[in-house]
Write a protein that binds this ligand. Sequence first.
Ligand code: ADP
Ligand code: MG
Length: 479
Amino acid sequence: MSGSLSTGVNKPVDGNLVDPAAIQSEKAAQDLWTRAIDHLRGRLSRHTFQTYFEPIKPVSLEGGELTLAHSSKFMIDWVRDNLLDVLLQDLEAQYGSKCTVKFIVRERPGPDEAAEAPPIPESRPPITNPPPSDPPPSRQLQINPKYTFESFVVGPSNQFAVAACTAVANAPGKAYNPLFLYGGVGLGKTHLVHAVGNHALKQNPNCHVVYLSSEAFTNDLIHALEQHRMPEFRARYREKCDILLLDDIQFLSNKKQTMEEFFHTFNALHEGGKQIFVTSDKLPTEIEGFEERLRSRFQWGLIADIQPPEVETRVAILKKKATTDHIALPDDVALFLGTHIRSNVRELEGSLIRLAAFASLTGAALTVELAQDVLKNILVVRGDKPDVTAIIKVVAEAMQVKPQDILGDRRQQNIARARQVAMYLTRKITSLSYPVIGEKFGGKDHSTVINAEQRIEELMGEDPELSRIVESLLRRLNG
Ligand code: ADP
Ligand code: MG
């Protein structure tokens, strides 16, 4: 990282002035960025804008190259993959001639910069840096007011969980104690934990709700031990707590001392008639490295599961989310997304945001075709391995032939080549045998598949262009 990263005014450092050229270039970058982004702001939903653009910091502008910094590599990749064209258009319009964009990952300001850097905006995405050396005594997290029962869509996959959570929120410590909620990632466990907290607080604003992840609990314990503040720790989780919401309890596994402390916390709360609500990605009996006595405690109350939502629920979730975010989502697009994105709700929401951002930036209408186009990578690699149809589709598109041609018998060179590439990739990606692949490629003989595989292997040694295409397809199909 260069000195030009500091985002301050011309301040003396050790009696010397900061390099004026760097300041100039940083100021120019800020100027250009502010203008471009002002224009973008009006065209994007507030959420998209805040998530993707606001946290970006202009760093320098030199010879038409604008350097932008963001703390998250993931976000940078996302903006680059989805929004770079539109962004460049905007920048060039403001800059008045061609420009390029360079992204850098910038962590929190270093010690030198800290004094000069402006405060980190609230909207910045969570930072995964190590905690500061002297953290606040309590790492209790805020309850998110957006995660309520009202904003949670109920369907057959989650109605049992919702009923259990509602009962607990209405009568903490009385209905089911403890409540143990388990289910796969992105299915709404954390949402329900917050919903219980929100609901209980609404009913009784004086209620002490303590919400945290089990990692935070572990860290808090470590700090309390280090700083000889165990009495405060115990007060926080035992006396000053009416409802303990502990998210992702599986992270306690193999942490002996934390489990020990949690065991005593549990007992104290339970004896005092205080509610305990924990979530996990597994059943108590399936969490490895978990103490038996804790496991058996969880059997005292109710164990509820949450399953992946059915397509109707997925569509309903999309519609609700679209309404909240002011996205005009046509029914057929909602159905398309709900049908194709199945693994979890987080991914479902992500795809909607991505699609809406793309549509509003490019001015394109939100249609099924656009959805297909924007989400093709996700749709193909949706978690599990792509099947033959998906492979053929991707190859056909990349090599500009029709999927039917790949399945057919025409020997025109570009078609034959695409067919060979698709067969080669099918061998690489799936575990299907030659005869089965032949069968799936429109009933071809297994020797055709073997030949295709050998031919592509040879060609990849001779033809760098083909080799590049095949490798990029392979990467894409493998996610
Ligand atoms: P988990 O904790 O199980 O990994 P989260 O609670 O973080 O999952 O849910 C992921 C995202 O999906 C959140 O934004 C949440 O609001 C949303 N979500 C999950 N299930 C539903 C649902 N049934 N209705 C509305 N939103 C949901
Ligand atoms: Mg969660």
